[in-house]
Design a protein around this ligand. Structure first.
Ligand code: TYD
Length: 135
């Protein structure tokens, strides 16, 4: 299984009508985990790289609900860059995948759904430590 299979793109259904678009995301149904936390990142510019970590416990879905950003994913062997630029599309990121978010457009609003409450101690923030754990 490659990274594209491990970190699939999820296409959300547009249940909107002539009044505009509407996307509904339900934990355990639209995405493969119960949502315990939601955060969103905005006001980052094209020079910023965020993330730079892997998580021992958390799973995530990333959605650019406005604007565009990119996320570079790796399992320490393979690398995959996903462009997030449609509110109808998310990328699922399981545990133990290293992620860097970058190339934020000025209007980027990156919505993140997480399977856990925040716990700083489950973050791996040193890439060498991550590589050692993965090998
Ligand atoms: P950080 O993990 O560096 O954000 P990113 O992954 O986007 O680069 O988090 C920045 C700060 O915010 C850090 O002090 C931890 C805190 N934080 C929380 O308190 N709760 C959260 O859910 C998140 C994601 C971060």
């Amino acid at each position: 299984m490659g990274l594209k299979d491990i970190c699939p793109i999820i296409e959300f259904k547009d249940i909107g009508d002539e009044r505009g678009k509407l996307v509904a995301i339900e934990g355990g149904i639209t995405i493969p985990f119960e949502i315990k936390r939601v955060f969103y990142i905005f006001g980052s510019d094209s020079s910023v790289v965020r993330g730079r970590h892997a998580n021992k416990e958390s799973e995530f879905v990333l959605i650019n609900v406005a604007g565009e950003s990119k996320v570079r994913l790796t399992d320490s062997h393979e690398e995959l860059v996903v462009v997030l630029n449609r509110p109808m599309v998310g990328v699922y990121i399981p545990k133990m995948i290293w992620k860097d978010m970058f190339s934020f457009s000025k209007d980027s609003v990156l919505l993140v759904l997480a399977s856990t409450h925040y716990n700083g101690s489950e973050y791996i923030r040193d890439y060498n430590d991550y590589q050692e754990l993965m090998n």
